[in-house]
Design a protein. Structure first.
Length: 291
């Protein structure tokens, strides 16, 4: 095989970006509508969890949980059970370990690094035994267009569980995130809240791995919230703006990817990054004007 052959196969017609008729046609298809709803739910999860992830300095934990969701999915492949269930189990176990052992910010990164390295080593072993490296690549990059009814049901259930859980723990968790010493002195169960939040985050990350891939979950779980935090310090406003930004990136990314047939992750991450850059610039400008 010559070098020219794979290059020719990978040629992209960039004029299709403006083929709105093709986009409209694809949006009328059932599988695209299922994908659109699934990624919208993922955007909602990312927008709601993101502000507390940022406030609690858990960005690396999101990456670790996402990667270890791949370990669970790879184990599920080897055992012949549902990949989604395996990914959820792997993510929840990892998140629980991170939340329990890495409660203090100063020790969290080292705990995550140690556990993630071991987990990824297991993932490589499981995929090697299964005999398909291509499957592992799919887990890293996501498969939103093939989410199907089962995947949509899974993320819908996850969304309900996370929303109910966050409604219960949000106020004490926000208190513990903003002032952990005062929260501990006031009797707030910080370690329990940390584990519960980590598990909820793990559930969301596991679904994100199925849709946009382990490598890019942070684009919806962290970037929108980080951008929103640049515009305001009000927790409620940050939460609302974070959801809006996450939905713009998720839904906009999927729609833009349809006509050219490019991976949705490219557009989701690009939109998220542009939003962050604009918000960072706006935040700096506002600080400069108020001085």
């Amino acid at each position: 095989m010559t070098v020219a052959q794979p290059l020719a196969a990978a040629e992209i017609d960039f004029s299709k970006f403006w083929d709105f008729s093709a986009t409209a046609d694809l949006l009328s298809r059932d599988f695209v509508q299922q994908s659109l709803l699934a990624i919208a739910l993922l955007g909602l999860l990312g927008g709601i969890l993101g502000p507390l992830i940022v406030a609690r300095q858990m960005s690396f934990a999101v990456h670790g949980v996402s990667e270890l969701s791949v370990t669970g999915a790879a184990a599920a492949l080897l055992l012949g059970i549902s990949v989604n269930i395996g990914g959820v189990i792997g993510a929840v176990i990892a998140a629980g370990v991170f939340g329990f052992l890495g409660n203090r910010a100063r020790e969290r990164d080292s705990v995550i690094g140690v556990v993630m390295a071991f987990g990824l080593g297991l993932a490589v072993l499981f995929l090697a035994l299964y005999g398909s490296a291509r499957t592992g690549f799919a887990m890293l990059t996501g498969q939103v267009v093939s989410v199907g009814t089962g995947g949509l049901t899974a993320i819908a259930i996850t969304t309900v569980v996370v929303l109910v859980g966050m409604a219960i723990i949000y106020r004490p968790l926000l208190f513990a995130s903003l002032d952990p010493r005062l929260a501990a002195a006031s009797g707030v169960p910080i370690r329990t809240l940390s584990v519960v939040f980590a598990v909820l985050m793990g559930l969301a990350c596991a679904q994100g791995v199925q849709i946009i891939g382990a490598l890019l979950v942070m684009s919806l779980m962290i970037t929108p919230a980080a951008a929103a935090a640049r515009l305001t310090a009000n927790p409620t406003t940050v939460l609302i703006v974070s959801v809006i930004f996450a939905e713009l990136a998720a839904i906009g990314g999927l729609i833009l990817s349809l006509a050219p047939g490019l991976p949705v992750s490219v557009f989701v991450t690009t939109i998220s990054f542009v939003i962050y850059v604009v918000c960072r610039w706006a935040g700096h400008r506002r600080q400069f004007v108020t001085r």
